[in-house]
Ligand binder design. Structure first.
Ligand SMILES: Cc1ncc(COP(=O)(O)O)c(C=O)c1O
Length: 460
């Protein structure tokens, strides 16, 4: 065989190596499409719907309504916008500040479209259970623990974690689990006024021989050491509706507490220390804004309580939708990738700006006032932070204006009456966590209301 000169060998190697690298690069950047088979159509569909802009005042969804002659789903418009592409502004529209729909985080997820998308195969987790025969994704559980440790808002070491279809279901399971099943009278379920209405509505609805809703916690404060009545206190921190970092007011041998920490995230409050309570509930709804995913969880100290809650979940729904668990996992991964800084900075800045605008708007008013929440040191941001509450707890100050909801309704503002929180109707809760369009409409209507007040004062 003819001998190849040494430097020709080197040139040949170089040429092969260049061709190989070129093919590799082409495959990496262009050839991705060749490798995708069943998923490319789903990705195309998702991107086509995402590309419908709805003029920035609405959104189209893969499962949105489609007219017979159209192929694309219709735009679903925000408050005060209408038309096929949501471009028509409706002047003097009603500002709906009623619901706690956490759409303020939607722009964050649009910015993070690439890393937050999930593609679900037709055969994804069809089974009733995971491989370990449980209904809980262990990977998701691990990510939840990591997140709490990163944010520093809850102790999870040596604690049990249970999932629910939203914290709404977790709360129901907790009331069942903390109620004695052999006592002669039902446990009394109480909370400090103002409190989130679900506690009353749900406990009343599911009332049994084991538990009963009793309302205000304060009459029990001085009796817990002498009475043998079983009590379950709801402690909401930050509180819905007034954003205060509430503490339990009842203590004693027959008192148990459910700490609802739905809003104990840096968007809404400085985090002074990790919570270390016996039973704490959380929800994806107020953490990532994905209320529609219906995913909540509880962190529990006692094994017996964990087991009773697990039994409740299994008899109730056999656990949380595996699709929701997959989605929750993806969202938590995005948060953890950015070490929480990105989403919490975004959430905090948005909520703080809204709170400042609202305060500024009402600063000239003697007719309305807002709750005060002192700044605190936040261990997550490692600095003092102002409050950035999810809701305004607005008070009508005029003696004769006892129905504050009606006062606002007349000005085209829909809030949630104080009565719903077992408080006076002199108070109204205004939601600040909805979309930007909702918040803008709220501020416009409030400005009109305050300027009316000013013109009456000036006699113009
Ligand atoms: C204090 C509080 N707890 C629980 C919930 C229920 O949340 P989820 O969407 O997880 O059912 C809410 C919802 O607004 C809430 O405000």
């Amino acid at each position: 065989m003819a001998k190849i000169p040494k430097n020709s060998k080197f040139v040949l190697c170089l040429v092969f190596s260049m061709i190989f690298n070129l093919l590799f690069i082409i495959n990496l950047y262009v050839g991705g499409g060749w490798n995708l088979s069943w998923s490319s159509r789903a990705a195309e569909e998702a991107e086509a719907v995402a590309a419908i802009s709805c003029s920035g005042h609405g959104r189209a969804y893969l499962d949105g309504l489609v007219l017979d002659d159209e192929k694309q789903p219709l735009c679903e418009c925000n408050t005060c916008y209408s038309g096929p592409d949501c471009s028509q502004f409706i002047p003097n529209c009603a500002a709906d500040a009623d619901e706690g729909d956490p759409l303020f985080l939607e722009p964050f997820w649009i910015q993070h479209a690439a890393n937050s998308a999930v593609l679900v195969a037709g055969w994804h987790r069809m089974s009733y259970s995971y491989n370990d025969k449980t209904v809980i994704s262990k990977v998701l559980e691990k990510h939840i623990r990591k997140l709490h440790s990163l944010v520093g808002n809850a102790v999870t070491e040596d604690r049990f974690i249970i999932f629910g279809t939203g914290s709404t279901q977790v709360i129901s399971a907790a009331v069942h689990a903390l109620s004695p099943d052999n006592a002669s009278s039902p446990a009394r379920v109480v909370a400090s006024i103002p409190y989130y209405s679900l506690y009353r509505e749900q406990t009343d609805y599911f009332e049994s021989m084991h538990f009963k809703f009793e309302g205000d916690a304060s009459p029990w404060i001085n009796t817990t050491n002498t009475s043998s009545t079983n009590l379950i206190e709801f402690v909401t921190s930050p509180n819905n509706p007034d954003g205060q970092l509430n503490k339990a007011v009842l203590h004693g041998p027959y008192v148990k507490a459910i700490h609802d920490l739905a809003y104990y995230w840096p968007h809404f409050t400085p985090i002074p220390a990790p919570a270390d309570e016996d039973l704490m509930t959380f929800t994806l709804s107020k953490l990532t804004g994905h209320a529609g995913t219906r995913f909540g969880w509880a962190v529990i100290k006692k094994k017996s309580v964990y087991e009773r809650m697990t039994m409740h979940m299994e008899l109730n729904t056999m656990g949380v939708s595996r699709d929701s668990q997959l989605r929750a996992l993806k969202l938590l991964k995005v948060i953890l990738e950015g070490k929480g800084r990105e989403i919490f900075e975004f959430g905090y800045k948005t909520m703080k700006a809204r709170w400042e605008i609202l305060n500024q708007t009402l600063s000239l008013s003697n007719r309305f006032s807002l709750q005060k929440i002192p700044p605190q040191y936040c261990t997550f941001f490692q600095e003092f932070r102002e409050s950035s509450p999810a809701y305004a707890w607005l008070k009508c100050e005029r003696e004769e204006e006892k129905d504050c909801y009606a006062v606002l309704k007349a000005a085209n503002i829909i809030g949630r009456r104080g009565y719903m929180f077992s408080a006076e109707d002199r108070y109204v809760r205004l939601s600040m966590i909805k979309s930007r369009d909702d918040f803008d409409a709220l501020i416009e209507r409030l400005k009109e209301l305050v300027s009316e007040e000013e013109s009456v004062v000036k006699g113009t």
